[in-house]
Ligand binder design. Sequence first.
Ligand SMILES: [Zn+2]
Length: 328
Amino acid sequence: MNIYPWQQSIWQRIISQKERMSHALLLHGRAGMGKLDFAMHLSQSLLCISPIDGHACNVCASCTWFKEGGHPDFKYITPEEADTSEDAPKKKATKKTQISVEQIRQLIQLLSLTNHSATALRVVLIHPAEVMNMASANALLKVLEEPPNNTMFILVSHQVHRLLPTIMSRCQAIAMPIPERNAAVAWLQSQDVTSADDLLDYAGGAPLTALQSSNDFSAQATVYQHLSRGNKLDTAVCANLLLEHGMEAAINLLQKWIFDLQLCVHDLPSHYHMPLAKPLQALVKSVNLNGMLDFQRQLVQAKKTASHPLSQELQLETILLQYKKIFG
Ligand SMILES: [Zn+2]
């Protein structure tokens, strides 16, 4: 793990002030800019036994622990995933909720124990800090007001206005940089992202979001190829591919696809599928407008029963049969 090119100068600033650093940092800024990776790198560096120019050495015992996710003096606090073990449909996406007060209580208990590492430092990383509820935020506030010795808190927030002002006042706020367009495009290209310019627009200028959507497109490439076949679509194969991510995700994908098809009918640029403009344009030539609107309504209807686990394959196949019919 490393920091991103656009974070170099903020990194230098933080590391040069290391000795005078507040016991709580608040890294804030828009999502998709790499704040969490930065915070992770900073945490590892602070715990590293022999850092090189302020960066983690990646080879010491501490770094090894950290990379394996088992460093005893590093605590990462993030929303716990909701329990989906009951009769949830296959591979249904888990929903992230809040950072609970139990999580903060466990943290307080942990901090009351002695620390383990050679650096005699403990690091607590909280991400994203704005999803603490009132109880957990108040519990954390108490810790920040009377911080335990040799403990560094790093809070990462995408929506700093949602934090308690009292928590903010206990932290040294650091505005995380937004990369210049050229730098972001260059970085995306270095990650083998094609259509970097378009994807960056689509992601509102956030390079990590752009990279994520590029990966999503690659993962779904086969599905899009199927949908691009219009009335020649193989419904059974496509239904199976779509269901890999659950019924709700399948319908979401179809809704976005139809939304973009509609934009394309009106000669407007694609909203969700920038790199797929060509297949969409090809489809538009044979689309039946009324059929498309009907299909859209059908998707809204289907979404209401999407969580019902029965015969999803069959339901999705029926939907895809309807999809085929909108192309002449
Ligand atoms: Zn190290």
